[in-house]
Each structure stands twice: as structure tokens, then as C-alpha cells.
Design a protein around this ligand. Sequence first.
Ligand code: G6P
Ligand code: ZN
Length: 539
Amino acid sequence: MIRTVTSTPYTDQKPGTSGLRKKVKVFQQANYAENFVQSVFDVVEDKAGATLVIGGDGRFLNREVIQIAIRMAAANGFGRAIVGRGGILSTPAASHMIRKRGAIGGLVLSASHNPGGPDEDFGIKYNIANGGPAPESITDAINARTLDIDRWLTVDAADIDLDQDGEVMVGDMPVEVVDPVEDYAALMETLFDFDAIRASKLTMAFDAMSAVTGPYATEILERRLGFAAGTVRNGTPLPDFGGHHPDPNLVHAHELYETMMAPDAPDFGAASDGDGDRNLIIGRHRFVTPSDSLAMLAANAHLAPGYAGGLKGIARSMPTSAAADRVAAALGIPAYETPTGWKFFGNLLDAGMATICGEESAGTGSDHVREKDGLWAVLLWLNILAVRGESVDAIARDHWAKFGRNYYARHDYEGIETPRADALMAALRASLATLPGKQFGDLTVETADEFAYTDPTDGSISRNQGVRILFTGGSRVVFRLSGTGTTGATLRVYLERYEPVGGDLDRETSDMLASIVAAAESIAGIAQHTGRSAPDVVT
Ligand code: G6P
Ligand code: ZN
């Protein structure tokens, strides 16, 4: 029953920060998805008889690629496939499913916060047995395999009914179609005090952005926690996300922002992205940056049952503000600084060195799974609000009064021609040695370097992870090229200014960062290199 299909390699299948992401049209080329899936399967050892989890964020091509992957898994000797009903599994739910069912790994079909539809993006990511994204050693091996692949394996079998729970055979392999929400919702009930949240009578708005979190948020927030019907907006996953960019930031979730700034705003507002791993947190009349959210969640996590025993450590990606480090110091626990990409947290979580992790790119999570988790962050915030009985704004102000405030923003320059972006980074690297001691307005450069990370658990080294310029007093600018885009290059400029306890804690972020923005321009020559005088997106 196994059929071997002859194929030739594509040379552009190198996984980026988070799997292989390309335009749908690229994935629709003959053998393109099949080559990549087969390359993954060729790299997975001990797959004979093992369980594979398959699911995605519901975007255009999701169902087609799931059917292909099921047949290929059967031909490659997997013992069982577990698929979310409708082809749906949020990234954190897939991570949990892999762990709970002892699967060898999973295919997560998503391009995260990138838009979907026939002319937009699709993606395939492989997660390993701990539930987390495959580390670089594995993605490098997958990439190597894509370059010399000459065949893929499948079985002759019809498409299965993805909308019908239960078990069917594909070739010799049972395929289980399961409720995508149930196990995940049950896990959340073990971590958070649902009774306290229910009793708090908080009001909220959650924007699922027509992406995967709709069914999860409706079940958990409206059915289990009793929030009013309509709390979840845009709650039906659509293949093109309703034409929107499912990226929960102030630009793409501006309707939620407006709701939360209105006179009649609810207590709490949140949004998640295409595949459900990111979060945006906006209290009534108070936006919380992802970096601050990480710090505030870590400082208050003990108020939730799942974290009542305290945290083992806090990890953040390098461009994320240092606010969480101050919390770690106060708690007397280690703080880790990793390169951008959730995969770098996996080893720290597995080793029990960190409990909570977060990134400026709107990802927060803990050791309950091995992915960042949008709804988890929402529920931890709700648990904290319910126990403290204070507003988000009051909690934020209290936090800054205690730890000082890391004013923070990210400026993105999108769709730059790649050679121009590379030239900017090269010139910046070449200037690093000359920067220390130099003065830019009221700022003096203390150190300038390119971030490299040595994983404390296995000693592996990741170099070239972004240029950072540290100024005296704890302010900083970081330059990095995005690893998740599908067109040209995106330059990210991360700006941070620390105001100590007793300082200016209640000012507009843009005012507080103005001198750092100017310094970033002088240091990197952004306008000259990119031809742009302003960023496309400020978050
Ligand atoms: C994905 C990863 C995140 C990472 C982000 C960075 O979302 O899952 O862990 O922070 O990409 O994206 P960038 O475009 O900055 O490389
Ligand atoms: Zn995502």
C-alpha cells in the first residue's frame, strides 16, 4: 500500500525562527509541502510505532496539508496520529497534546501572526517530544535533508473526515480525531483559580482575531468562567482571518485598544494571534507592554494555584526589557537571557531552571507546556486581578513604584530589500568597537556587542543574535533582523529606557524614548540605509 513518489529538492526550505514559512503559492508547488514533511520524517528517529500529533491554526491550506501529512505519516511507519477536530490545534494545545499523549512529536501548521489566505502565508513547524519547537540541531538536519531529498512516501487512502471525532484507519495507522479544546481547558483549570475568577465579576473583551483561539476562548472564558456572551470577539477561525493580520499588537488589534480606552471600557482586554501562542494585554485605560506583562506576571504568579510554590527562575529573550530581571533579583531566583525564539527556553524549562518565560514579541508562558501560550497569560492576569481586587492600572503603577519602570517600544521597518538591511547590520557590526564612551545627546555608550548565547544545559552556542548598545544608567537599543518574515527583510529596533524608583514613572513612552530613538538613528544610519524616515509599525 505504500507508494514512493519521486521528487527533486527545493533549495528554499530552511526553517526560520519558528518553522518553515512561505507564501501559500510557494507551498502549492508540486511536492513542496510533501518534500518538507518527508524531510522532517526522515530526520525523526524511532518513529516506527510512535504517536504523531497533527493540527494547525485553520488557515488556508490547513486541511489539505493535514490530509497529506496523515497519509505520509502512515507510509512512514508512525503508529498513531492524533488530529484536532476540524484540523484545529492551537500551538500551546498541540504542545500539551504531545506531552499528554507521550507523542514523539507533532506537526503544527501555522504561520503564526502572519496573514492567511490564497495569497498570504502558510507554515509547517515540527515540535519534539517535550512539546517544544525543534532545536537548531534538528532544524539544521531537516534543512540538510530538504536539499538532497529524492522521494516521499504516502499511502493510497481517501481523505478522512476531519470534522468527526473518533478513530479511523489510514493504511495500517489509526488516526484519532479529537476535541482540540478539552485537554487544554482541563490543564488551565489545574493552574488557575477558576472559582475566584468567576466570583470576581470582572468584565472583559477578548479578540480572537478570527484565528485559532476562538473556540478555546469561548469554551474557557464564556462557558467555564461565566463571562458574558460576546466577551469573545471574532471567535470563529477563518481561513483568511477575515482579511486581517492576526497579530495582537496596537496596530492590528486597534479595535480592542479603542474599546479599552473608551469611557465605558471593561476591566480587562486581551487578544491572541493566528495560532494562539501570543497575547496582548490591555487593562481598562492601561496598555501593558509584553515585557512589563512578563515582569508583572512573574511578580504575582504565586497568587495562582499552579505557581503558589514560587518560581524556579525567569527567562526572557535578549531584546525583551530587563523589567523581569528586577523581579527575579527581588525574588532571589535566577534570570536568564536567551536569543529570540521560544525554542531557546525549552532546555531551561526541561531542566527545571526556569518556570516563567517571556518575549517582547508578545509571548509569555511557563513550564506547563513548551510553547508560549496566549490564553495562559490571559488567565494568569485574570487570576491575579481576581485575587488582588485591583485594576490593571493600579497593579502596573504599584509594580513600577517598587521596581522602577522600563519604558519600552519596538520600531519595525518592514519589507526592506535584503541587501540594504544586511548592509546596515554589517556597518553596525563594524562600528561596535568604536562606540563605547561615545556620547549621543544625554546618552553615553557603556558597551556595544553582538549577542551570543551559551545554553547552560548543553553548552551549545548561538552567535549573531542581535546587536545591543547599552547606555550608562540601564537604557539600551537593540538592532536585529526578523527571522519570521516572508518578503524582504524586517529591521527591528528595540528601545528601552530605565527609570529608577522615585523617577519619572508616569510619562508617555514616546517622550521618554525620544533621545534613544535619535541615538539609534545616529548609530545605525537607518534612514540612509533603508530610505525610510519612520518605522512601519511601532509596538
Ligand atoms: C516567533 C517565535 C518567537 C519569536 C518571534 C520573533 O513568534 O515563536 O519565539 O520571539 O518569532 O520573531 P522575529 O520576526 O523577530 O524573528
Ligand atoms: Zn504565534
